[in-house]
Design a protein around this ligand. Structure first.
Ligand code: AAL
Length: 438
């Protein structure tokens, strides 16, 4: 994408069309021809830093892959498509599919693994966890199993059934196994997942460690290692209660598994979400948590892919750096690479080089994400899987994905309305101002 502007300029000039500045802009044209006389910041900006002192913002602008979203390989729009092949019981909240894994391509088809809940009633809610029972879920991901589906085109899917069921009590995960992701290592397949031994919300938060199952084929059968493979942190540490969204890749011959933890308190006003890294030589562990954890200060679910020498990551939804794509050349120290709109929730991309130990990561163009409470009715709480497409790939040049502003509809803006309490505050402020001026 970096060379796209100049490539299209060449194309257009071959076609006899003009890509250069409008002819009316004589001054700019003149400044172009005699660059040495230009003292200020140049009118035409490319990816080369001009040899002059720069403000902090401009200096930073040259640290991105490109100086504009249109030339930044790690910037993309996201387009969404409804998937064919999944039934949700009319969206009544009794069937949910969420938190898809990365997509893998094996045996001539794509595979995705995900949380599947099918319960007689919709979830009672995490805050009402005390009302959950052996068959009535608290959270949308409570009382769930890990299912999988396959597809030939990535749009129409065939659900194949359960991959990893809840193990019998007291094995970790007996209450729910959720939010899985896949690793292929030395010809074997590994599914990592959140292993709940209580209904989410029962002791306040969404508390669980990570367990793993393995198989010789992506179709299973899966053998549960029946042990905690990424344990919770020690008492008082950031990840003492939850290890969420395990996301393994291969780097440096080892398994690099990123995860998210909720901390700071279980109330939505104080929960903080950050990401950590755990590294192992063997997929079954032991995993060593990185001493610099947390390595990402923002983001809800984990979504990463090898990019050049390093790794790129989505910071989804939470934290100071939400709605950004980040990059860490050393797979540990992340920097913001772009700001994006409509970033997919819980994205599970198709990452062809996730397990190849690459030092030349190529990026991604599509995947599956989820959308929670699609009907907007929490009494029918469930999630659906959907497809996203993007251009975060070094091998695709899709200018339609590089446009840098997606306008929300006016109705969407009006839906973000002030509460009654806020209206009262504004009224009181106006009255106080008027009273002062009288
Ligand atoms: C998700 C993930 C984890 C959490 C819950 C189910 O989006 O972050 O999986 O536990 O929400």
């Amino acid at each position: 994408m970096r060379h796209l502007f100049w490539a299209s300029a060449v194309m257009l000039s071959i076609l006899g069309m003009q890509c250069s500045p409008p002819a009316t802009n004589q001054k700019a044209e003149a400044s172009l021809t005699s660059e040495s006389t230009v003292k200020g910041f140049p009118f035409y900006m490319n990816n080369e830093r001009p040899d002059m002192p720069l403000s902090a913002a401009l200096e930073r602008n040259y640290s991105y892959e490109g100086t504009r979203p249109e030339t930044n390989e790690l910037y993309s729009q996201f387009k969404y498509t409804k998937l064919e092949g999944f039934d949700y019981n009319g969206g009544d909240g009794t069937i949910s599919r969420r938190d898809p894994s990365k997509i893998i391509f094996e045996n001539g088809k794509y595979y995705v693994y995900y949380t599947h809940r099918e319960t007689p009633v919709p979830p009672v809610g995490v805050r009402n966890a005390h009302l959950s029972t052996d068959v009535n879920p608290s959270a949308d991901w409570d009382l769930a199993d890990i299912y999988y589906a396959t597809s030939e085109d990535g749009f129409t899917w065939k659900e194949q059934g359960v991959a990893v069921p809840r193990p019998p009590k007291p094995a970790p995960g007996w209450r729910s196994v959720t939010t899985t992701d896949i690793l292929k290592f030395n010809g074997k397949f590994y599914l990592y997942y959140q292993a709940f031994s209580e209904a989410s919300g029962k002791s306040g938060g969404d508390n669980c460690p990570v367990a793993v199952s393995y198989a010789d084929s992506p179709d299973g059968p899966w053998t549960a290692a029946n042990k905690v493979v990424i344990p919770n942190g020690g008492e008082g540490e950031w990840d003492q209660y939850s290890i969420h969204d395990p996301y393994p890749m291969v780097h440096d011959g080892k398994i690099y598994l990123y995860y998210k933890s909720d901390f700071g308190g279980s109330d939505s006003t104080n929960t903080v979400r950050m990401h950590g890294l755990a590294i192992a030589d063997d997929p079954l562990g032991p995993f060593e948590k990185h001493p610099l954890n947390p390595v990402m200060n923002s983001g809800h679910e984990t979504t990463l892919f090898p990019y050049k020498k390093g790794v790129a990551a989505f910071a989804i939804r939470d934290g100071n750096e939400m709605n950004t794509i980040q990059y860490a050349e050393d797979w540990v120290n992340f920097e913001i690479a772009s700001c994006v709109q409509n970033i997919p929730d819980a994205a599970g991309p198709y990452v062809p080089d996730a397990f190849t130990n690459t030092t030349d990561g190529r990026g991604i163009t599509w995947g599956i994400s989820h959308y929670t409470v699609p009907g907007g009715n929490w009494k029918k709480n469930h999630a659906v899987l959907l497809r996203f497409d993007c251009d975060l790939s070094r091998d695709l040049h899709d200018p339609q994905m590089q446009k840098h502003y997606k306008r929300p509809s006016i109705n969407y803006l009006y839906q973000q309305k002030l509460s009654g309490q806020q209206m009262e505050r504004i009224k009181a402020q106006n009255e106080a101002l008027r009273a002062k001026s009288e």
